[in-house]
Write a new protein. Structure first.
Length: 202
């Protein structure tokens, strides 16, 4: 069922998703709300078979209010779609997924620090402040596995099966195609194998 939220939910999950977005869209639990444009809560399907968990929104995400919307998001989408194509199960049983981050608001450098600019890694206090929001969304999603996007995302501990992908922004930073292509293909193969390995449907 499609809603006005940036997420697709089945009938049973819809009220919980609506409540989740209403609750956290105006969050002020940490100082990141002071410099954000829009909180980037999540996108994808609920419930889902796999949850992709990144670090924090980018500046382009902050404008749109959705996670992974810029160049890194486009590359992540390409990796997921290609991995799904390589996945060996029937099309009707293809896994569903959602995407979120450890923190929902972009961690900008202080505005007075003009030389640095851009975004930074979220502070631990910010991750902790956002953890109730993350835990609530995971409970809505009920994933069978979690895909970490980048090293920092692995700080979230879970008993579910996990896999870590290289962050798409790091892949895009490769200085030439000879370095880009092997990393890109490795992520696709690893993700397709993860889809094969984790029993996500009863």
């Amino acid at each position: 069922m499609t809603t006005n939220l940036p997420i697709l939910s089945d009938h049973d999950a819809l009220p919980a998703v609506q409540d989740h977005f209403a609750k956290w869209s105006n969050c002020t639990d940490c100082k990141l709300h002071q410099t954000r444009t829009k909180p980037c809560l999540a996108k994808g399907c609920t419930p889902c078979d796999f949850l992709f968990l990144g670090e924090a929104p980018s500046q382009s995400d902050d404008i749109r209010g959705l996670p992974f919307t810029g160049p890194a998001g486009n590359l992540l989408k390409a990796i997921i779609n290609t991995a799904l194509h390589e996945h060996k199960k029937d099309f009707d049983l293809q896994p569903t997924y959602a995407i979120t981050n450890l923190v929902a608001c972009v961690p900008n450098h202080p505005k007075e620090n003009i030389e640095v600019g851009g975004t930074r890694q979220p502070y631990q206090t910010e991750v902790e402040a956002c953890s109730p929001r993350l835990e609530e969304f995971i409970n809505i999603c009920k994933p069978k596995g979690i895909v970490y996007i980048g090293d920092f995302a692995t700080t979230y501990l879970t008993m579910l099966p996990t896999i870590k992908l290289v962050h798409p922004a790091r892949i895009l930073a490769a200085d030439d195609l000879n370095n880009y292509a092997p990393i890109y293909l490795k992520q696709i193969n690893a993700l397709a194998n993860f889809f094969d390995r984790v029993p996500y449907r009863n």
